[in-house]
Design a protein around this ligand. Structure first.
Ligand code: T4K
Length: 350
């Protein structure tokens, strides 16, 4: 059987269909329907925040935030992230300025952020990577001192968060999914209202357009999947934990590989492999139907439109890019499957 990183964590079909029945009865398919509102309330309660604004996906969520915060010029972010983080800025006419990551958390390194601040910098965009939260305390001090906005790409971290404005992803491949989807969370009521208006063409009421806007709404069927998936959260977390335990027991004493510490929802179980062995191990596993991934090799600064930009030296990013392997987990992987995958790894490395 093939194993994937990102196989969807499917909720009980019956639970999903109960929500779908409600859609059929009401005939409300989209435009801030009752299931979207319920999904927003449940997400807000779970993470403990005042406002949750559901959107079509996390990338549009980031674009909305960038727009509503009125960012200009340059924004500092890590290169070691999914390309969507950088593209969301570029599409809004902002230059992404790539920063190195911390050696231990693999999140943006606050001490390296300081080196990159210029007159054109308007914000710092941290990424809570693989369940690790950014150093919010240090970044807040830096942002306040330099009068910059601070916000987070929290695509990986649901339901953990820091205190800032952040954007979760509910994409099919994420810990909790709504097929496609994202949720922006913020304590700021005014900002939340602005985001709601902007996701709905700028409408402030029927027939009343208060400003620019787009269509970034989540539909009812997506919210139905999100609500069903939330009822599955403990089961997914428990499976991730059990799989992590197997990976940890089996891989702890093998030379040249290191299992990164467990954090958050454990949706990404991450191995650091001595770079000279990494790609041959990936190939070996993939040839045996274990589709491990090198997220986020080769890094944003080595991808697409960003290759020609000048950037600071990023030794920790270089190391992460050349050593990372994400291992399969989630409901589609049992602890016995994890053991099988570990045996393949040992077969190749030892
Ligand atoms: N910021 C960060 C840090 C992110 O990681 C992401 C998304 C975003 C922002 C943007 O969030 P969204 O706008 O998407 O809400 C996948 C996902 O498409 C992407 O959402 C995710 N990060 C990224 C880490 O992974 P790919 O190109 O690797 O996906 P793909 O199609 O290769 O799928 C991965 C594996 O999952 C496949 O090998 C098989 C399995 N799979 C996938 C899908 C979609 C399934 O079994 N069923 C499915 O329906 O990007």
């Amino acid at each position: 059987m093939p194993f994937y990183v990102g196989r969807p964590n499917l909720p009980e079909k019956e639970v999903f269909f109960r929500f779908v029945d409600e859609i059929w009865k009401r005939k409300v398919l989209t435009n801030n329907g009752p299931l979207v509102q319920q999904f927003e309330r449940e997400v807000a309660d779970l993470v403990g925040v005042r406002n949750a604004v559901a959107v079509s996906n996390a990338t549009t969520g980031l674009e909305l935030v960038i727009r509503i915060l009125g960012l200009t010029g340059e924004v500092i972010l890590p290169s070691f992230t999914f390309i969507a983080t950088a593209h969301a800025l570029t599409l809004q006419g902002i230059k992404p300025v790539f920063c190195d990551i911390d050696k231990y958390t693999w999140c943006i390194d606050p001490t390296r952020v300081v080196e990159l601040i210029t007159k054109k910098t308007s914000a710092v965009l941290g990424v809570h990577l693989f369940g690790h939260l950014c150093d919010d305390e240090a970044l807040t001090i830096i942002a306040e001192t330099a009068n910059l906005k601070l916000f987070y790409d929290a695509a990986h971290s649901f339901p953990s968060r820091s205190e800032e404005l952040e954007v979760f992803s509910f994409h099919a491949t994420k810990f909790i999914n709504s097929f496609e989807g994202g949720v922006i969370v913020t304590e700021d009521n005014y900002l939340a209202e602005e985001l709601r208006r902007f996701r709905n063409f700028g409408f402030a009421g029927t027939d009343q357009v208060s400003g620019l806007g787009t269509n970034a709404k989540m539909s009812e069927i997506h919210a139905a999947m999100g609500l069903a998936s939330l009822r599955n959260l403990e089961r997914v977390l428990d499976r991730n934990l059990r799989n992590y335990e197997v990976y940890s027991e089996q891989l702890s004493d093998i030379p040249n590989i290191f299992l990164r510490p467990a954090q958050g929802n454990l949706h990404y179980i991450v191995l650091e492999v001595e770079p000279t062995y990494r790609d041959s191990l990936v190939l070996y596993l993939q040839n045996r139907n274990v589709f491990v991934r090198r997220y986020f090799y080769p890094g944003c600064h080595n991808s697409g439109p960003y290759r020609t930009l000048k950037h600071q030296e990023m030794p920790n990013t270089d190391w992460a890019n050349s050593s990372v392997i994400c291992l399969p987990t989630g409901l589609a992987v049992t602890p016995d499957d994890a053991l099988y995958i570990c045996n393949l790894i040992k077969e190749k490395i030892q």
